[in-house]
Each structure stands twice: as structure tokens, then as C-alpha cells.
Design a protein around this ligand. Structure first.
Ligand code: PRP
Length: 185
């Protein structure tokens, strides 16, 4: 699909609902890490909005540190390329790592990240994702905290992009396909 053929469609999850759900996730995570700390490892680029909102709703008593890594699997397409590139993974040895993802689709990105982090000596590893696409039975990654389970739709907004656009939208929208040239009147 060409970027010019795409348009923002209906709102799937409004900002207020996202905010409420994140408060619940932050509460649960704070309970699980009570008395300790964690390294919130946000997966760029898409996770940056969720990660920023999530950590600010966590219990201030928890020692939260943040870091980032860059994983890429989609390119500019609307289907997974099946290839995961990871740039500059931060040190995780003896750390209690919480991977922060915006969306899990095929699970290949997360599977690859979880394997790397375990192999690099993390003391513990959990994963939170805002969105989890339903119907992916063949995944080998693990999800500890899930914001919303969604159908197999291409979604944008709240950090999620199509061809690097729409990350700034406060709501999560379905991406609509515009008319293709042969369908135009
Ligand atoms: C998205 C998302 C996940 C991954 C999920 O990242 O942030 O990391 O795809 O897909 P998967 O479960 O099929 O592996 P993307 O590669 O689009 O990069 P971005 O976050 O920079 O947009």
C-alpha cells in the first residue's frame, strides 16, 4: 500500500480509555515490583508514548530507571516482514527488566528481544504491551501485562505509525485504505 492510499479511519480506542487502562497496568506493575526497582526498556519507536505515560503512573516508591532500544520489523508495510533488527541494546545484566511495547502482532520482535535479554543476564524479565493482536496462536513470546486485545486491524496513533505518520494522534485509530487509482471514478 502506498502512503498516499491510506487515511485515518474510525477511532478504535479513545485517549480517555487508554489513560484509564494504563493507570490499571501501572498499579499492577507497581504491586509486582513493590519494595524493589525495574528497568523500563521501551522499544522504539512506537513504544515511546506508552512508555512515557506508563512510568509516570507507577508508584513513586519504586526505583524506576528507563532505557530504550530500537527494533524494526515492519518497514513501511502493513504486514510483518518477518525480520527483526535490534540497534544498540542497553546493558541488562543483573537488572529486573520490564520490556515496554506498543503492540505485539506476530510476536517475532518480542521473541527476539526476550531471547537477547535473557541471554545477556537479566535477573528477571517481564513484558508489558499496550496492544495485543488476537489470533496469533503460534507465538513463542510471553506477555505479562496486556492493555487491550484487538482484532487483526492495522492501527495508528498513540505512538503507532503508518509510514512514520500518525504517531502523534492521541487516540488509536484503524487505518483505512483510500481509493486505489483503478477504483477511482
Ligand atoms: C512494531 C511494534 C513492535 C513490532 C510488533 O514495531 O512496535 O515492535 O512492530 O510486530 P511483531 O509482533 O509482528 O514482531 P515496528 O517495527 O513497526 O517499528 P516502530 O515501533 O518504529 O514503528
Amino acid at each position: 500500500m502506498n502512503p498516499n492510499d491510506a487515511a485515518i479511519g474510525r477511532t478504535l480506542i479513545p485517549a480517555a480509555k487508554i489513560r484509564d487502562r494504563i493507570a490499571g497496568l501501572a498499579h499492577r506493575i507497581s504491586d509486582d515490583y513493590a519494595g524493589g526497582g525495574l528497568l523500563a526498556l521501551t522499544v522504539l519507536r512506537g513504544g515511546f508514548v506508552f512508555g512515557a505515560d506508563l512510568i509516570r503512573q507507577m508508584d513513586p516508591e519504586i526505583a524506576v530507571q528507563v532505557d530504550f532500544l530500537r527494533a524494526s520489523s515492519y518497514g513501511d508495510r502493513t504486514t510483518s516482514a518477518g525480520r527483526v533488527d535490534v540497534a544498540h541494546p542497553p546493558p541488562v545484566e543483573d537488572r529486573d527488566v520490564l520490556i515496554v511495547e506498543d503492540i505485539v502482532d506476530t510476536g517475532r520482535t518480542l521473541e527476539s528481544l526476550q531471547e537477547r535479554i535473557r541471554n545477556h543476564g537479566a535477573r528477571s524479565l517481564r513484558t508489558v504491551t499496550l496492544l495485543d493482536k488476537e489470533g496469533r496462536a503460534d507465538r513463542r513470546c510471553t506477555l505479562d501485562y496486556v492493555g487491550f486485545r484487538i482484532p487483526d486491524l492495522f492501527v495508528v496513533g498513540y505512538g503507532l505509525d503508518y509510514a512514520q505518520m500518525y504517531r502523534h494522534l492521541p487516540d488509536i485509530h484503524v487505518l483505512d485504505h483510500g481509493p486505489r487509482p483503478e477504483e477511482s471514478p
